[in-house]
Design a protein around this ligand. Structure first.
Ligand code: ATR
Length: 301
């Protein structure tokens, strides 16, 4: 085996003979927790594999991914900003990856590159594991970019009572509602769009929400998408506020706490989406051997 360390940013599968090699691709990627998460799953399921990091140039994802697979790489997770490039690269997409408009998991089989998206399933499993009831819940999803789109299908599958998409630019929220209108009708979910500014008006905010998910990029710049008056309309002490960002208590989470609501960051979603990727690559039967909640607890400790 090579002397690569955990900070190696350019995993080369040819250096790991005898091991199946995987990597997470992104830019930046040095601080990704995916290698440690997958190493724990491999340990739990006794799999001979190596999972490294791959930092692709911003305009070089396809080249880096093709090189990785040509050198024997078995599978790849994909994170910011390459999820759309990964979708374009895949020869075959699962239906949920097509609907999500993005790919976070790639693998090679019979010379073809397959793409899936496990983000939404990961979010739903993390919520359920935290005891959050999604069925019949009133959900507010903040944001209408790739992160929001990626989780809409799996959220709708749980048949919430309603799903309101609120975005700074309301046109993008309207687009998302159109895209998922059929699925919402089948699942009998009231799917609506709002501008973020509408949330300040109690008349335009249908009710306080059971579950508010922040899928905007606002937390990355220490901002919240919600104004103080919006906060007063949407949270009650029985609300649950979930931020897809992890590793800090974001401004959004602080607002929810001030209203007495419960909060969560997105670390559980990260672990759960990784678990799904691991099982896609290594076999669903290993589901009985891996313990994502134990991996999450260890990461938090
Ligand atoms: P991602 O793939 O992470 O969703 P994206 O497609 O660039 O990234 O989308 C970012 C989302 O965060 C968008 O919904 C964006 O709102 P706009 O569509 O109006 O741009 C939202 N966003 C980013 N910064 C924000 C901020 N400071 N306040 C509110 N929304 C913000």
């Amino acid at each position: 085996m090579s002397s690569n360390t955990s900070t190696d940013l350019h995993t080369d599968p040819s250096l790991y003979s005898g091991l199946d090699v995987y990597a997470v691709a992104g830019n930046p990627i040095a601080h990704s927790k995916s290698p440690v998460i997958h190493a724990r799953f491999a340990e739990q399921a006794k799999q001979a594999m190596y999972y490294g990091r791959l930092q692709a140039d911003l305009d070089g994802f396809a080249r880096a991914a093709k090189t990785f697979f040509a050198a024997g790489g078995k599978g790849m997770n994909v994170t910011v900003p390459f999820k759309l490039d990964a979708q374009a690269l895949a020869d075959e997409l699962t239906p949920r990856a097509r609907l999500a408009g993005a790919v976070n998991t790639l693998w090679i089989e019979g010379g073809k590159i397959y793409g899936d998206n496990t983000d939404g399933a990961g979010l739903v499993r993390d919520l359920l594991a935290q005891g959050i009831v999604i069925h019949e819940a009133r959900i507010l999803l903040l944001g209408a970019g790739g992160a929001a789109r990626g989780v809409m299908g799996p959220l709708l599958e749980q048949s919430p009572k309603c799903l309101v998409i609120a975005n700074r630019s309301s046109a993008k929220a309207v687009e998302l509602v159109k895209l998922f209108a059929n699925q919402a009708a089948v699942q009998e979910v009231a799917l609506e769009s709002r501008a973020l500014a509408d949330l300040e008006d109690a008349a335009k905010t249908p009710y306080p929400f059971d579950l508010v998910i922040n899928a905007t990029a606002a937390g990355l710049s220490d901002e919240s998408p919600l104004s103080a008056s919006a906060v007063a309309n949407i949270f009650t002490p029985s609300s649950f506020a979930y931020d897809m960002v992890y590793g800090k208590t974001t401004a959004f989470m602080q607002q929810a706490l001030q209203r007495g609501a419960r909060i969560s960051d997105g670390l559980g979603m990260l672990v759960e989406q990784a678990a799904d990727a691991f099982l896609l690559w290594r076999g669903a039967e290993l589901g009985a051997l891996i313990d994502p909640r134990a991996v999450l607890a260890k990461l938090r400790s």
